[in-house]
Write a protein that binds this ligand. Sequence first.
Ligand code: FAD
Length: 417
Amino acid sequence: MSLHFGTLYWPETCAKPASYAALNEDVKTRVAIVGGGMSGVACGYELARSGMEAVLIEQGRIAGGSSAANSGIVQFMSDRMLGDFIGTLGERDAVTLYRACLQAVERLLAISERLPRGAQARRRCSLYYASTPEEAAPLRQEYELLRRHGFGADWWDASMIAERFPFRKDAAILTHGDAEFNPYLFVLALAEEAVKLGLSVYEHTALKSVHHAPAGSGARFVVETSGGTIEADHIVYAVGYTPEQAGGRWIRARTCRTYAIVTDPLASLTGWHERCLLWETARPYLYARTTPDNRLVVGGLDENLRLPVLTAKELRAHSLRLLSEMNKLFPQWKPEIRYEWCGSFCESADGLPWIGEDPDRPGQHYLLGYGGNGAVYSMLGANVIRDNLTGNDHPASTIVRPDRRVAIPGAGAASSV
Ligand SMILES: Cc1cc2nc3c(=O)[nH]c(=O)nc-3n(C[C@H](O)[C@H](O)[C@H](O)COP(=O)(O)OP(=O)(O)OC[C@H]3O[C@@H](n4cnc5c(N)ncnc54)[C@H](O)[C@@H]3O)c2cc1C
């Protein structure tokens, strides 16, 4: 089953992606990475930079999964506010997590600068506005928490917003430290860079099964693929929104669907202050950004439905809703939809990704960056896995580990999954 439906924009921005042969022999390595999206490729890159031998297999093409459907908004704040995480994780862990996300954004930007092909990555502020007047007060509390813990944030009242945008909102937080990028170009370029550093990449190679290696073979696992076998000491499951491919008993994800449109380029974006990233307090929320060639990317309005839409007519109805919400914000423009898609995504009950070693299956690791800021979680996860495998401590590793106690807002005491 495909995880998205419709016409994606980002693959149109890359005329000839590099291709990699399928695995057709038996190989031996330290780490086998399963999945060639943002998570798997970032992990392969970080391991290769640390000098660790690794092989990455992808059943389709590199960046052909959900990473091609990503809208390219990179924010340290997740769908869960810092205040919500303080309620479920406690202040120390919540702040550690948010700081780790901020560092992951910085890491993504630093890596992008080194990529010879570029990934259209740029620093951006985010305007997080109160969708209704009633939401201004809780938003102010969130702002004060962010400031108290040293995150870059400004408070904008109605007049400050009206001076810079054509729409009227009662209040907003302007956060500093976010970014936008072209997720497809980023993953492709990162894979090329990782290969130069020593990562082996195989496309059209699917994981079939995992066995313990025979005693004396010098490896822990034998990974059977649709081509040859891989002998490895560690396996990293970076299989995106198909958690069943990772096995184990810890992943309890809920699948939802979301929508995105990309318009034709506009002649000018005057009236959109500093092209900041826009999102709002309503749930589900609307979000928007611009592209270097003056297109609008608008997305969100998620639904708690498992399958993506399957007809162009149904998709168009959702696309027109996104466009109409955008027209309410910027009535001076008359953008035309050029690309539109629906994609499935997974969420955890506690808003955290699953990253780290499976305690039931030593040597097998999850890298599942589920959440609205999935790209940031992918980057964070790549660093956690690298640190775990190189014997270093990552400050967020215990917070996101797969066997953590799951704390659900308003559900009382935390429980084991
Ligand atoms: C419409 C939409 C908009 C989004 N917008 C944003 C956004 O603006 N910002 C943000 O941060 N996040 C966003 N996300 C989330 C983001 O796209 C994901 O978090 C991210 O792409 C996940 O990357 P991944 O590598 O984990 O998954 P994927 O990119 O899906 O990669 C997983 C790969 O594993 C491979 N695989 C699976 N099973 C096997 C197997 N058995 N053998 C070999 N290979 C296998 C798949 O083929 C796939 O290529 C969005 C998601 C959607 C759907």
